[in-house]
Design a binder for this molecule. Structure first.
Ligand SMILES: N[C@@H](CCC(=O)N[C@@H](CS)C(=O)NCC(=O)O)C(=O)O
Length: 365
């Protein structure tokens, strides 16, 4: 049995669980806090999720974990075979992982109903061993999360409307794709579905405020979330069956545009600030000014990984993709000089390396 350490309302644990269910891989979900010391020693960092395999090896980080797990499976891969589509799929996964995190945390911790719900769940999951009164535990959790992941992650009265706008752009973008097909690239789930399930499932479809917005504005996304959780069986497709898209269509192009304008623009400025040794940076995204964003070393590595995948493409594919990836943003994938070096995982052992948190020791400072 695979051991998954994490929370049952966690973004990335939800992504991993959806994958394990899809592949029919049995797992048990265990508390991170009760096993924090063991996790730190085994995996390098405490975050949700961390996995202990039946052979005793530890793995972290949903992106390399899914890549490794999928390479071990028989049957059709969740990664598109076509190299160009595969690259675009990895870009959308990273966008869903790293860009939609801010709106997901904002909706969960800025709205009272959502904060009450999530702080209650996390108190019972994480702090059941502490004898403090429950209301104090809830307050401490809500304060940590709201302060660190919302206020210190650049969400204030000047950016809040944009943070919400970008979540609604994701709802609308996915809704348009799902008008065409049951999963984001075709008839079966791919890494793009597992990427978007992170924010869409455990956050937007479960937290009261965005869940209501999703039901009203993006009902197909709401049912797709359930479809992803239902864990459709993976059958080897017969000829002409269970196909996935061979080229970018209009609704997919809209998702890619949003990823370039937001996520890639932020990845570039984050990497620049890291190379200058700064802890925070200021930048404009889609015309909105963010005055103070925390630098993430982990995201410098995310950019390195995307650039590495880009470099592995042949020239003809690169040229074709350049026509599909707009500025501002796209050129950070192929600029001759890298913006920065993370120094993280130089041996390329992920998901079996010593992990780091996305931010310092867990929360932005
Ligand atoms: N890149 C990691 C990120 C994991 C992550 O940041 N998980 C969050 C919870 S969903 C976490 O544990 N944050 C650290 C904290 O809150 O201390 C992944 O994809 O698995």
């Amino acid at each position: 049995m695979i051991r998954v350490y994490g929370s049952r309302i966690s973004y990335y644990a939800g992504k991993l669980e959806a994958y394990l269910r899809y592949r029919g891989l049995g797992y048990e979900l265990l508390s991170m806090v009760d096993h924090a010391r063991e996790i730190r020693a085994g995996a390098g960092a405490v975050q949700s999720p961390v996995v202990k395999l039946p052979d005793g090896r530890w793995m972290s980080d949903s992106t390399p974990m899914l890549a490794w797990l999928d390479a071990e499976q028989s049957g059709p891969s969740i990664y598109p075979e076509d190299p160009g589509m595969r690259f675009l799929a990895l870009l959308l996964e990273d966008h869903a992982d790293e860009w939609l995190w801010r709106p997901a945390m904002h909706y969960r911790w800025s709205y009272r109903q959502d904060r009450d719900h999530a702080s209650g769940v996390l108190t019972d999951e994480l702090l059941s061993g502490s004898r403090l009164p429950r209301f104090l535990k809830r307050r401490a959790i809500a304060r940590r999360q709201r302060h660190g992941f919302v206020q210190l992650d650049g969400v204030d009265e000047t950016t809040r409307a944009h943070v919400e706008q970008t979540a609604m752009a994701a709802f609308d973008g996915l809704e348009a794709v799902l008008a065409e097909r049951p999963f984001l690239l075709g008839d079966r789930p791919t890494i793009v579905d597992f990427g978007f399930v992170g924010p869409m499932f455990r956050h937007f479809a479960q937290d009261p405020t965005p869940a209501e917005l999703m039901r009203q504005r993006a009902p197909r996304v709401y049912t797709w979330v359930a479809r992803m959780w239902e864990a459709p069986p993976v059958a080897t497709p017969g000829p002409g069956e269970a196909s996935i898209l061979g080229q970018v269509d209009a609704p997919l192009a809209a998702l890619l545009r949003e990823a370039c304008e937001t996520h890639l623009v932020q990845l570039r400025e984050n990497a620049r600030a890291w190379s200058r040794g700064e802890s925070h940076f200021e930048q404009e995204i889609q015309g909105w000014r963010y005055r103070r964003l925390p630098v993430s070393r982990y995201r410098v590595w995310c950019l390195e990984e995307l650039r590495r995948h880009w470099q592995a493409l042949d020239e003809a594919t690169q040229q074709e993709l350049q026509g599909q990836l707009p500025e501002p943003g796209a050129s950070v994938l192929f600029d001759a000089e890298p913006v920065a070096e993370s120094g993280y995982d130089p041996e390329r052992n992920a998901p079996f390396n010593r992990a780091i948190n996305v931010f310092e020791d867990g929360v932005p400072r």
